[in-house]
Design a protein around this ligand. Structure first.
Ligand code: TEU
Ligand code: CA
Length: 536
């Protein structure tokens, strides 16, 4: 039986490279996180998820690990720094979880360096190798980052398999030795005192047979052969035993696990505590999300996980553009309505660094400002297809991961209080107006609204663990729901609107203004309105 502390908790995601640099090399570090723990405590955060800080060539933001047992010391700091972070966080009653990246390693990992040497190398079966020629790859599957999932490798002339970049070869989970190595590593990290993991790309560890035929190459279809493929359950069951033994918190990035299947993954007997679903954040070519689709996905995940299972609602992460520009219209008002809309849902909500002050997307003028591997691929693909440099830049960056990776905006001093040196990635010039210091001083800021919402969750079990019932599910812009005695209403549009509820509004008090509500049959909502009501 898993413990349940996380049901009242709020998580905060830190992209360490861009959080706070304490030694002037322009790269955020572990000591920077330590320095900001009081800030996070004051915000009300219960646990922190830190993106990868392991030894890595940093081809994909650290999601290409070359030594699972070592930190990238030159960039982030030492194990002693990490121990210090863990004990300081614990003394403030905050927990620390780290990324667990076990679908693949870096091509610089010693296992892969050995594996590629010869067909009879003892590490050959740690990865997936198949005979291949340039005209005859094992199959026509495509990788998430573009191009084939197969790369032909000298010296053996065979091809190895990768669902992400060719610098990230997939581990062969069929090999029991690989699994034992991974489980030993997981135990070792938990022995160091961390409180759990975010399981990266975990739904891809099992693949379909190589002769699986892809039905269509549209939308999500081409990825079917490595999305939650049958057989994965056995590995997750093995994982679960370790996690349970340490009472570790586990959040799975598990695209391909449907809302119908998710309860089996996350209920009391499930493999992990909660799932990040990727369905609500689908964006079009202009960088905007479809509000209807967003609402549909949120409602379905909440309803399908009501009887069993647990959600992990979020609006942003290090792979997504800033939500204020995706679902919002760039205004603080839109950021606030979105905050209320998701922070009071059922589940353990996550806040991504900078989201709490409404950090915005970056206005790119040159590809040299981009670091994200997949964006750079896409840019070159577009240029090769004949687009002008400006058009290719626009098309490639519109949904780029780098929008959310720009350095954290702490204050209005030079380099936003992020670093005394040269920041590794350009800082958004709007830091002079948009920063933590300014937001803290303004009682009406997005930041102070987040603080209020976190407190409301902490103080009311109805919000952390109560039920949920959606009202007006078909309204084009209003997301409204009851959490037992609470009624939450948000208008996710700049256009005013009216909703007719079949709830006796005169029985409620406005939680924010403390005013009792008059007898109303319909609710007039201004653009980006948010209301939190509580039954008298
Ligand atoms: O992202 C993985 C990820 O987004 C896919 O697993 C997803 O299922 C797919 O794009 C389908 O929509 C994680 C990290 O968050 C990301 O930063 C890494 O680049 C990636 O894994 C590789 O480790
Ligand atoms: Ca640094």
């Amino acid at each position: 039986m898993k413990s349940n502390w996380f049901k009242q908790a709020v998580g905060y995601q830190i992209y360490p490279k861009s959080f706070r640099d304490t030694n002037g090399d322009g790269i955020g570090d572990i000591n920077g996180i330590i320095e900001k723990l009081p800030y996070l405590k004051d915000l009300g955060i219960d646990f922190i998820w830190i993106n990868p800080i392991y030894k890595s060539p940093q081809f994909d933001g650290g999601y290409d690990i070359s030594d699972y047992y070592a930190l990238d010391e030159a960039r982030f700091g030492t194990m002693a720094d990490l121990q210090n972070l863990i004990s300081r966080a614990h003394s403030l009653e905050m927990k620390i979880i780290m990324d667990l990246v076990v679908n693949h390693t870096s091509d610089q990992h010693p296992w892969f360096i050995e594996s590629r040497k010869s067909k009879d190398n003892p590490y050959r079966d740690y990865y997936h190798w198949q005979p291949a020629t340039p005209d005859h790859l094992p199959n026509n599957w495509v990788s998430f980052f573009g191009g084939s999932t197969w790369t032909i490798d000298e010296p053996t002339g065979e091809a190895y398999f990768h669902v992400f970049a060719k610098e990230q070869p997939d581990l062969n989970w069929h090999n029991p030795k690989v699994r034992e190595e991974i489980y030993a590593m997981v135990r070792w990290w938990l022995e160091q005192g961390i409180d759990g993991f975010r399981l990266d790309a975990i739904s891809h560890i099992e693949k379909a047979p190589w002769d699986f035929k892809i039905k269509s190459f549209k939308d999500n279809d081409p990825w079917e052969p490595f999305m939650n493929v049958a057989g994965i359950e056995a590995y997750m069951q093995e994982f679960k035993k370790i996690f349970d033994a340490y009472d570790a918190l586990t959040v799975g990035e598990a695209s391909g696990v449907s809302s119908k299947k998710a309860p089996d993954w996350t209920d009391d007997q499930g493999y992990i505590d909660m799932i990040f679903e990727l369905e609500h954040s689908v964006k079009d070519d202009t960088g905007k999300a479809d509000l209807k689709r967003f609402k549909e996905a949120i409602i379905r995940w909440q309803e399908d996980m009501l009887a069993r299972g647990w959600n992990a609602p979020y609006l942003e992460n290090h792979d997504q553009p800033r939500v204020i520009d995706v679902l919002g219209d760039g205004t603080d008002a839109s950021a606030k309505a979105l905050a209320v809309a998701y922070m009071l849902l059922r589940g353990t909500p996550f806040i991504y660094q900078g989201q709490e002050i409404g950090m915005t997307n970056f206005d790119y003028t040159d590809i040299s400002q981009v670091d994200a591997t997949d964006t750079i691929y896409l840019y070159h693909e577009k240029v090769a297809a004949g687009l002008s440099k400006a058009a290719a830049l626009k098309a490639a960056t519109v949904n780029s991961r780098d929008h959310s990776r720009t350095p954290m905006q702490w204050d209005a001093t030079e380099n936003a209080g992020f670093t005394d040196g040269q920041p590794w990635l350009a800082i958004n010039p709007n830091y002079r107006e948009k920063n933590i210091a300014v937001s803290q001083a303004d009682p009406d800021s997005i930041l102070n609204l987040y603080k209020f919402l976190i407190q409301l969750r902490h103080e009311n079990q109805a919000i952390s663990e109560g039920g949920i019932k959606f009202l007006c599910p078909d309204h084009p812009t209003v997301l409204a729901y009851e959490r037992d005695e609470f009624l939450i209403v948000t208008n996710l549009s700049a256009e005013p609107t009216t909703v007719i509820f079949e709830v006796p509004l005169q029985e409620y008090t406005d939680v924010i203004s403390q005013a009792e509500l008059p007898t109303l049959t319909d609710l007039q909502l201004e653009g980006w309105a948010y209301r939190i009501y509580k039954k008298n």
